[in-house]
Write a protein that binds this ligand. Sequence first.
Ligand SMILES: [Zn+2]
Length: 53
Amino acid sequence: MEKDEIALTKKMVNRGAEAFYCLTCLAARFCVEEDALRRKIREFREMGCTLFR
Ligand SMILES: [Zn+2]
């Protein structure tokens, strides 16, 4: 999951981010559920987003 967390941080926070957040922190930061983030990761991957490989 770690690679996905890095990719999701880049996607949601800042593409050049150097500090990365785990799903729990991202969920808290954006006030969403971790499951929603997991779904997002799947969606981005299915869309072929290059960050999620
Ligand atoms: Zn965290």
